[in-house]
Design a protein around this ligand. Structure first.
Ligand code: ZN
Length: 211
């Protein structure tokens, strides 16, 4: 490693991440309870997995699942039912859904150069759950089509209505693609993830290359 690389990395890090960990609100914008968020995530995840192909490999699942558990346990919202699944697509992307599900695309996994970068990616997605960005944005998507009320009313009824609404809005993959996180949300997810990585023992310099 040359001297230039050594002098650049800490500079970038301090410029981008010279900030305390943000304290996240303890409720969602629409006062959705954690239980409602978890149930929405369950139904949304079911629909999402009908639309994509999941890679099922116990070694990969254990490895990624272990990382997500480590990071989430050291987040400000450790009690959500986090999980991770690997999606068999070369699209370079990852996303999280309400309740703590994380979907990592193979295309992104294969691009990452180190475990620290992978930890940074996962921690950022967990950060969107911790900051309630994903549940808030999804509630807005439903609200924009006057669908939030029927979603909340049918969450625990197991009658297929929530899935029908998701399909009416274009499907789970399309809904995720249309979520618009603000720059503040992205910066907060970075910072939350940075501190999750730090506490879980991964080098948060993974963030410098990633973002
Ligand atoms: Zn993000």
């Amino acid at each position: 490693m040359g001297a230039a690389a050594l002098s650049v990395a800490p500079g970038m890090l301090s410029k981008r991440l010279w900030a305390d960990e943000p304290i996240v609100p303890d409720h969602s914008r629409d006062n959705m309870t954690d239980e409602q968020e978890i149930e929405l995530g369950k139904q949304f995840g079911e629909q999402y997995e009908k639309e994509v192909s999941i890679v099922s490999n116990s070694m990969i699942d254990d490895y990624l699942g272990g990382m997500v558990r480590e990071l989430a346990a050291r987040s400000q919202r450790p009690n959500m039912p986090y999980y991770i699944k690997l999606v068999n697509t070369m699209d370079v992307n990852a996303c999280s859904i309400p309740g703590g599900g994380v979907y990592l695309n193979r295309g992104l996994l294969e691009l990452l150069g180190s475990e620290d970068e992978l930890a940074a990616t996962l921690a950022h997605e967990i950060g969107h759950v911790v900051g309630r960005h994903v549940v808030n944005q999804m509630a807005r998507s439903f609200q924009a089509r006057q669908m939030l009320k029927p979603v909340l009313e049918n969450l625990n009824k197991d009658n297929g209505v929530v899935q029908q609404i998701i399909l009416k809005l274009g499907g789970a993959v399309a809904m995720i693609a249309m979520l618009h996180f603000s720059r503040e949300d992205e910066a907060q997810a970075d910072l939350l993830g940075f501190y999750e990585c730090l506490r879980a023992g991964w080098d948060p310099h993974g963030f410098v290359k990633e973002f």
